[in-house]
Design a protein around this ligand. Structure first.
Ligand code: GCO
Length: 446
């Protein structure tokens, strides 16, 4: 038995995103988002699920916040639905949407919970998509205006901001792999979008320096890849795979340039990046915090022609969560360590980490022991990283509630709290009670 103990000041939290929990998509003057359009397109989401009702947190947020308070978290990460603030993406403000988030944030503050706000968690106003979405640089300007409006409006209330959630998903997963809205399959388009997202991030940071108060950063996701052997070709293939998540998005922000070896790789695939004057300066402005989302990793081997990077994932028999992702806590530690080596001591918040297990309610209980085990394993990796000098300030688990898991719909459950999507009843899972105890103690026993 060992005690895994965290610093007293360490922040514990949980995370969600607007489209995944709010519902009420046609209420309060909200405009249409690309996820409304995508989820209502037959064949895009499993079971034809959509976010029309989701957890109905739009109406039930007081109940959710009471649960957060009971859970004992000190910080809650949520996202703003851009089309609730600007139904057309730009132009006229929807006062009802602004008021909704004021009421919501006031309720959090009243309960002693610090808001951590994501500006873009994927629900782009459809009106902007109709004009080309993130491929069109006008969307960057629209994002800048939306961000400025929010910084001004919530000054003194929200002091932790994240610009873009998981730019890899917004660009490559959504526009090259086609799995998420808007569902394109075009590497050039996806690469262009990845750059525009970073410019939009930088624009928001520069506005924040003028009018905002508090700390700002972004929240990339990453997956770890361990080389199958120590052959150079395996190592290089895994480096490319990792760099697609890490260096591609972080080198521009922290070092003001894209990684050469990936630029060359993309060039060989016929993809080029068009960088306007001033873009790299905009992107590389200093940020205050870095959000990291980590779920999974795997072993990879060089194989010519396999995937985008001549990289073949090898299943060496990992245990998997119910969504089929390998459980790979070692990669969490290694990735955090790599971030320190390459990007220094920027304060890091783990803005997402958690597991999909679809346990149901039985006799009023949800015995999700596998989620507790996943959390323990990843918190041990986190502790190893902290002890190795990585500047980690907090951990926010994904997710507070079971919710709309994008293209997977409602079947895939990540919450500490079970949602019955018919009755909207909330039931605390065993992992909720475990996390609550761990937060109270700041340690757990292994
Ligand atoms: C994100 C994530 C979440 C997912 C979670 C589980 O982008 O922040 O995709 O929204 O629900 O990662 O897949």
């Amino acid at each position: 038995m060992a005690i895994i103990k965290f610093p007293e000041h360490f922040k514990w939290g949980a995370a969600t995103a607007a489209y995944q929990i709010e519902g009420a998509v046609k209420e309060g003057g909200r405009g249409e988002s690309i996820w409304d359009r995508f989820s209502h397109t037959p064949g895009k989401v499993i079971n034809g699920d959509n976010g029309d009702i989701a957890c109905d947190s739009y109406h039930l947020y007081r109940e959710d916040i009471a649960l957060m308070k009971d859970l004992g978290i000190s910080v809650y990460r949520f996202s703003i639905s851009w089309p609730r603030i600007f139904p057309e993406g730009i132009g006229k403000v929807n006062e009802e949407g602004v008021k909704y988030y004021h009421d919501f944030v006031d309720e959090l503050l009243h309960n002693g919970i610090e808001p951590m706000c994501t500006l873009y968690h994927w629900d782009l106003p459809q009106a902007l998509q109709d004009k080309g979405g993130w491929a069109n640089r006008e969307t960057i300007e629209a994002f800048g205006q939306y961000a400025s409006f929010m910084f001004q409006e919530f000054k003194g209330k929200i002091s932790k901001w994240l610009t873009i959630n998981e730019p890899w998903c917004v660009s490559f997963l959504s526009n090259y792999l086609g799995a998420h809205a808007p569902g394109n399959k075009d590497l050039q388009l996806a690469t262009t979008i990845s750059h525009h997202l970073l410019v939009a991030h930088g624009l928001a940071v520069s506005q924040f320096r003028k009018i905002g108060e508090g700390e700002i950063g972004f929240a990339p996701n990453l997956e770890w890849l361990e080389p199958f052997s120590n052959k150079e070709e395996d190592i290089q293939a895994c480096n490319r795979g990792i760099a697609w998540f890490i260096e591609w998005f972080m080198d521009p922000v922290f070092h003001g340039k894209y990684p050469e070896f990936l630029l060359d790789w993309f060039k060989d695939k016929g993809v080029t990046l068009s960088i306007d004057e001033g873009d790299m300066e905009q992107i590389s402005q200093p940020i205050d915090i870095l959000g990291i989302n980590y779920y999974t990793g795997s072993v990879g081997r060089y194989k010519e022609g396999e995937g985008l990077f001549d990289l073949e994932p090898i299943d060496i028999g990992y245990a998997k969560t119910d969504i089929g992702w390998n459980i790979y806590p070692e990669g969490f530690y290694k990735a955090l360590h790599k971030l320190k080596v390459q990007y220094g001591d920027i304060p890091i918040y783990i803005t997402e980490n958690g597991a999909c297990y679809n346990d149901e309610v039985e006799n009023g209980e949800v015995k999700d022991t596998r989620r507790i085990e996943y959390l323990k394993q990843h918190l041990i990796s986190l502790k190893r990283a902290i002890d190795s000098g990585v500047n980690i300030q907090g951990y926010l688990t994904w997710s507070l509630l079971d919710n709309f898991e994008w293209a997977e719909g409602y079947d895939m459950r990540f919450g500490l709290i079970h949602i019955n999507f018919k009755t909207l009843a909330r039931t605390k899972k065993d992992s909720y009670f475990w996390y609550k105890q761990m937060i109270g103690n700041t340690w757990f026993e292994r």
